[in-house]
Design a binder for this molecule. Sequence first.
Ligand code: MG
Length: 360
Amino acid sequence: MKAQVYLFNASYREPFTISLGTSTVTTNVIIRIEKNDIEGWGEASPSPRILRDDIDYIIKTLENIYPEIQKLDELTPEKIYEVIHSSSGSLSAKAGLEIALLDIWSKEIGKPLYKLLGGYRDFIETDITIGIMEPEEQAKRALRYVEEGFRIIKLKLGLDPDKDVKRVRTVRDVVGEGIKIRVDANQGWSVKEAIKVIDKISDYDVELVEQPVKYDDIEGLVRVKKESSIPIAADESVKTPEDAIRVIKKEAVDIINIKLMKSEGILGAIKIASISEAAGIKNMIGCMGESRLGITAAVHTALAIRNIQYYDLDSDLLLTDDPVISGGALRDNSKRFIRYGKGLCIENIDLTKLKYHKEF
Ligand code: MG
């Protein structure tokens, strides 16, 4: 069973600013594994500011774990999870590797991955994210997205509390009622600022507030949630199932945002969803800078699992390039779905868009 690693470079359609910094390009690691003529594809999208990983760390992690995978007598989800979860290294690398292995596992069975993992729904409705910019500019983008068929707008906030209130007000004025607005401060506010901003934006029908304060300030999240009339979601505070238990024990949030790149892949994501469900907490699913390949894996997860009820699977729509030629996650206005096939249901990958890196 050979694995090849490729690099995929893509630019953002416009500079994407969140409270932690601005991105203009992304380089993702794409993994191809071949087992008895069955191809499995996966993708790792690094996030230096949140996951503290980069391309070198991802590749080193893959090189360390892959020999352990090759020792498995059988590729089954629990055996794959055991190897991946007990290894150290980059979370996104483990996600990319696991996605490729589950692509093979489900192709061997001959069904779409989401049908095997839970098969709960046939489509999801994603939001579309607008980075931090002047309030009038954010409103202009919001209006354009609504015209393109999106009905949920996610606004990035967190750099300036007063302007953040203005951002939400300006966007709500422009899109009117009937469009959902959710916001994400990416840890940008102090507890005091968060409570103040949330109180003010609660006039504008905001669906949820993501990660208002620092990722490790769980007590701060508790205080914000207590004062907030808007549901609070953890993103950076919860990467793995173990993190989910930590915030749930403290009753720190209403929603946990799962990302495959944080949870070491789909199986960790499902474990977080199970823990959340048992605690009466809903899940959101989001993304880092994945292309449509990685987004396809996230859409399968979202289609499979009932407790995942908020969707932020739009990173591929913000990028200029797409390595998937046919199949995979498709889009119709704000809906995303899988049409047919086996495994991830990706039919063709454009090798000319990938840069070969190495084999092991
Ligand atoms: Mg977030």
